[in-house]
Design a protein around this ligand. Structure first.
Ligand SMILES: Cc1ncc(COP(=O)(O)O)c(C=O)c1O
Length: 287
């Protein structure tokens, strides 16, 4: 795989950064993960918008303004031909003597790599996946896509140790999101997901699904969801750019609804797939 680092393209194994990089020392950086289908980044504008908002939130000037992100990502995909890819992009506050406060001047570190996407296998979504609930121990700005992911890493590992694929996080008795996904619940035909607050990442997949389902006339509500409502849901889904829409059929070892992926999930999955395999291939402005 060919990676991009600070203006150059190189085999991933040869890419090097300094141990004084503030991303390494402090987790002082942000990132994006952008799926690409058939060589075309999916919902690129929405991902670049969110990257811009993450950079602004940590007071880091955009190192590739204007069309430069698009040009770099286009070249990176050309150098890594293939169908379904996920592009990982990371920007840190660069290299400087170690001090918590920002250095007077640094050059941001910009890194990007491409990996094969492994969308949920055909068998997996048909049976659904297991998830566990855990306390949300993250900071108060989960709307920033920060590379400081220790709490997410520990939560995901706890889920894996418990034989599950995701940790669903609860804060003060309310659902927030997954360790690396947004969460939807369905009850009595109504689709619900927590509202956009600093407690969750504004997922691109989340936004697209809400648009697609509302356009089909489905009732979708962005509102706080109690732990008890999560546990009583007919359906639970996880959404993310790489996992798409994944049905959770077991929560804390108990069946969700009838213990099988539900009809609303099937509809949502089909709508999502149709969008990325068809007309929605080009990037969209409205996410
Ligand atoms: C904490 C968290 N929430 C939600 C998501 C889903 O976001 P998106 O749909 O933009 O991939 C992710 C993606 O990795 C995530 O890490």
């Amino acid at each position: 795989m060919i990676a991009y680092l600070n203006g150059g393209y190189m085999p991933l194994e040869t890419a090097r950064i300094s141990p004084l990089d503030r991303g390494f020392l402090f987790g002082d950086g942000v990132y994006e993960v952008i799926p690409s289908y058939g060589g075309v980044p999916f919902l690129l504008d929405a991902h670049l918008d969110r990257l811009g908002r993450s950079l602004a939130a940590i007071r880091l000037a955009d190192p590739l303004p204007g069309a430069a992100w698009r040009q770099m990502l286009g070249r990176l995909l050309e150098k890594n031909p293939g169908d379904d890819r996920s592009i990982y992009v990371q920007v840190t506050r660069g290299t400087a003597p170690r001090d918590h406060a920002f250095p007077a001047s640094t050059l941001a570190t910009v890194f990007a790599m491409v990996s094969p996407i492994t969308p949920p296998g055909s068998a997996l979504p048909e049976t659904g996946v297991a998830a566990v609930t855990l306390p949300d121990q993250r900071w108060g700005r989960c709307d920033i896509k920060s590379v400081a992911l220790l709490a997410n890493v520990l939560a995901r590992q706890q889920a894996v140790d418990d034989g599950a694929v995701e940790a669903i996080l609860l804060r003060d008795g309310f659902l927030t999101e997954g360790a690396a996904s947004n969460v939807f619940v369905v009850a009595n035909g109504v689709v619900r997901t927590p509202p956009l607050t600093p407690a969750i990442l504004p997922g691109i997949t989340r936004a697209l699904l809400l648009d697609l389902l509302r356009a089909k006339g489905r009732v979708c509500r962005e509102e706080p969801i109690l732990e008890a409502e999560l546990r009583a849901a007919d359906e639970i889904w996880l959404t993310s750019s790489t996992r798409e829409v994944l049905p959770v059929t077991q929560l804390d070892r108990q069946p969700v609804g009838h213990g099988r992926p539900g009809p609303m999930w099937r509809e949502a999955r089909d709508l999502y797939r149709k969008t990325h395999s068809g007309a929605g291939m080009e990037s969209s402005d409205d996410q």
